[in-house]
Design a protein around this ligand. Structure first.
Ligand code: MD3
Ligand code: FE
Length: 214
């Protein structure tokens, strides 16, 4: 078919599991707006390597925006209203992040998603994120929306137990992944990012995960 050969409307959503949907290129039209809104957030709350409760510096650097931000230190993993680096409240969630998150969630079949937290992860070449579950949020009924920017990554999509087999899924610049419902507590991770230079983002990958944490 001519239309799909030319791919005029971009690739279609891909259902990876019962309640997990990949939206390839979903935020490409909004990338410049998202980056404009990201810049002041990073000035107020720069990327930093938090320590795991065990005392190790995390490979991924992170920051947050929204009324709650995910933090890790010797006391454990939790959400906090304030940035431990500056002791200021986290920067507000920009309207552009809220809109994209709501639209992506709706496209994936989750209505009325209103995030209150955005975890912003920064990966350089060779940075990986080990297999884990996201279980620090109050109510697992809410989905999570993940926005990938910059260098491509292979994410590991596992099952409900650490030992379950994992699928490998490519995540590219502009892709959005939405998961909720029965997939909300799946184990997942990110393979080491391959060295490279993204034409817009340079030698990095940034991932925004929008959540309702409180
Ligand atoms: C969750 N971030 O911040 S998001 C995290 O790309 C995190 O920075 C990763 O995991 C990142 O907690 C991955 C993508 C993702 C993909 C599939 C999942 C998260 C998932 C499936 C089930 C649960
Ligand atoms: Fe996660």
């Amino acid at each position: 078919m001519i239309q799909s050969d030319l791919d005029l409307f971009g690739p279609s959503p891909q259902r990876l599991a019962a309640q997990t949907v990949l939206l390839p290129g979903f935020v490409l039209p909004q990338v410049e707006t998202l980056l404009d809104d990201l810049r002041p957030i990073l000035r107020a709350a720069p990327f930093r390597h938090m320590r795991t409760p065990g005392g190790q510096a995390m490979a991924v650097a992170l920051t947050n925006c929204g009324s709650l931000g995910w933090v890790s230190d010797q006391q454990g993993y939790r959400y906090s209203t304030h940035d431990p680096l500056t002791q200021q409240p986290w920067p507000a969630l920009p309207e552009s992040f809220l809109q994209v998150a709501r639209n992506a969630a709706e496209t994936a079949g989750f209505d009325d998603f209103t995030p209150d937290a955005c975890l912003i992860n920064h990966y350089l070449a060779d940075t990986k994120l080990s297999l884990h579950q996201d279980h620090d949020e109050n109510d697992f009924a809410h989905p999570i929306v993940s926005i990938s920017l910059g260098l491509p990554a292979v994410f590991l999509f596992g099952g409900m137990q650490r030992k379950d087999p994992t699928q490998r899924i490519a995540l590219n610049h502009g892709d959005v992944l939405v998961w909720g419902g029965e997939d909300r507590l799946r184990f997942h991770g990110v393979m080491p990012v391959k060295p490279g230079t993204h034409p817009r983002m340079g030698a990095r990958r940034i991932n925004l995960t929008l959540r309702r944490a409180g």
